[in-house]
Design a protein around this ligand. Structure first.
Ligand SMILES: Nc1ncnc2c1ncn2[C@@H]1O[C@H](COP(=O)(O)OP(=O)(O)OP(=O)(O)O)[C@@H](O)[C@H]1O
Ligand SMILES: [Mg+2]
Length: 510
């Protein structure tokens, strides 16, 4: 038994699992895992992509059934046949993949399946009142009547969190909750977590970000290949310790050397572009062969929208986009891909991947017209399989089964599948939109290496990132966005944390 459990008095112990196992066809996702949560603590779950974190919490939250093992809530064995049942016991989870209904409003989603009623009818006034109350309590700037599909991903995340607050909470589970939140929203979430733990709520928190662990974590439990490895103190465990526990080996520096050759000719030329939905105004920039160009700024600052507009997934209202000296303004994505311009979206579920199709099909998607995927006329199944298998190895896909549906892979491994798509043909320009969100530290290092290799081989790279270290360590030049405008261009020596950050928040007066 672990030390922490010896020390814990019965009153402190809120939730525990004993011998928790989950067998999927061909994969033992959890193997006899013991885990415990005290009242008022933030217990971080840490581990590589596919280690079993989401599986464990989905069982605790009633969304998934274990193959073996027990859940104890305040010492009593419990079983949950649904999320509703777990919630009735005070256990609520915000999952990696959202469960909101896009065509419905915030308030409808908040009370879905648990609508307050009056005389047999849904009490709309009560729903509005209650929804407003929850949103206000949480300090979320959302309106109860807004439709989910009109919200940004960060706002949808807030709705998911608000949902957890519908009933009395004793355990709150958060699976990579800050992946799409701005710094400000993250601060807010952490304040909220502080208030909850002060009230005795236990929090299970999944993250790949070290800084977050330090900021809010009490204990960290590390999983590897579905097995329990160790539980350590979040304040004293070093980053090296954690990475060692997580991978079972020593991992060197995350960022590769950036000695890129001098840039070549201009590949992308954006001239005074405004996006029709108003998200970007008068943006002008250029990207050369062999450069890695950063797009920095808060979530919603327009950095992602501008590149989507260049690629053809958002309409442009004025200005021009030139790619390899040809006007491509308004061209469709398919045409841009053929010409050598690829954009890899951040939201893999809604924009990037066909979830029910295999890894092989998803990876091959953009290259069905070329070798080794086809000879231009007929598809080449063998060539395709070989090429995708090699890519899966290179990105350390886990498990390395390319015929499995994407839906059956862990979040980080889905991200890898999308990146693999970029490797199936030669591109002159690749735009990576938040490529490492939800990716474990080891894989992150290989993604960075891969980006630098592409640039060395002459590809022009655009890296859209809300993660400042990524911009600072991986790009040679960066554009900083604020409220839909490019506030600054910083390069070389000027590319420092302070310089970039000062433009993140700059007001119109600047
Ligand atoms: N529905 C499913 N069917 C089959 N296998 C699954 C399913 N869901 C998850 N798995 C497998 O179970 C293992 C654990 O996945 P899980 O999602 O728990 O990982 P994780 O630790 O949350 O990873 P990440 O950091 O990438 O989110 C993986 O090997 C995954 O492929
Ligand atoms: Mg997960």
């Amino acid at each position: 038994m672990r030390q922490s459990e010896d020390q814990a008095t019965k009153a402190d112990l809120l939730l525990a699992t004993h011998g928790m196992s989950k067998q999927y066809p061909g994969v033992l996702a959890l193997d006899n895992v013991d885990f415990d949560l005290m009242t008022g603590e933030v217990h971080v779950l840490f581990g590589e992509n596919g280690a079993g974190k989401s599986t464990l919490i989905s069982i605790l939250a009633g969304a998934n059934h274990p193959s073996a093992g027990q859940i104890l809530l305040r010492g009593k064995p419990v079983t949950f046949s649904s999320v509703h049942e777990a919630r009735a016991h005070g256990i609520s989870a915000v999952f990696q993949e959202f469960s909101l209904i896009p065509q419905m409003t915030v308030e409808e989603n908040l009370f879905l399946g648990a609508e307050p009623r009056r005389g047999g009818f849904v009490d709309k006034a009560a729903i509005r009142r209650e929804a407003r109350k929850i949103l206000d309590e949480l300090g979320f700037n959302l309106q109860p009547h807004q439709r989910i599909d009109h919200l940004t991903r960060a706002e949808q995340q807030m709705v998911e969190i608000a949902k957890a607050f519908r009933s009395d909470l004793s355990v709150l589970i958060l699976d990579e909750p800050t992946a799409s939140l701005t710094n400000h929203e993250t601060d807010h979430l952490f304040e909220l977590i502080g208030e909850l733990t002060a009230r005795g709520v236990g929090i299970i928190y999944i993250t790949h970000r070290m800084a977050e662990i330090r900021r809010i974590g009490d204990r960290i439990t590390v999983l590897r290949d579905g097995r329990y490895i160790d539980t350590v103190d979040a304040q004293t465990a070093s980053e090296d310790d954690l990475v060692g526990l997580m991978t079972g080996r020593v991992v060197g520096g995350i960022f590769p050397d950036l000695d890129l050759p001098d840039p070549g000719e201009t590949v992308l030329d954006v001239d005074n572009v405004s996006v029709a939905d108003g998200s970007v105004t008068d943006a002008t920039l250029h990207v050369k062969r062999g450069e890695i160009i950063g797009m920095a700024g808060l979530v919603g600052s327009g950095k992602s929208e501008l590149m989507q507009a260049c690629f053809g997934t958002l309409p442009i209202s004025s200005g021009a986009v030139r790619f390899k000296n040809a006007d491509v303004t308004g061209h469709k994505p398919r045409r841009n891909i053929r010409a050598g311009f690829l954009y890899l979206p951040a939201d893999r579920r809604s924009e990037g991947l066909m979830m029910m199709r295999s890894i092989r099909e998803n990876v091959a998607l953009a290259s069905l017209d070329i070798a080794p995927f086809s000879n231009g006329v007929f598809l080449n199944a063998g060539g395709e399989r070989q090429a995708v298998t090699a890519l899966a190895e290179r990105l350390n896909l886990s498990p390395p089964r390319i015929e499995r549906a994407v839906d059956h892979f862990s979040g980080g491994n889905q991200q890898k599948a999308m990146l693999a798509r970029a490797l199936t043909r030669h591109y002159d320009l690749i735009v990576f939109d938040e490529p490492t969100v939800g990716v474990d530290v080891g894989t992150r290092a290989s993604i960075y290496r891969f980006i630098v290799e592409l640039a060395r081989a002459g590809t022009a790279i655009v890296l859209i990132s809300s993660d400042l270290p990524e911009i600072l360590h991986l790009t040679t030049r960066a554009y900083v966005f604020y409220r839909g405008r490019i506030q600054a261009e910083v390069a070389g020596e000027q590319l420092t944390e302070q310089n970039v950050l000062s433009h993140f928040f700059e007001r119109e007066a600047a």
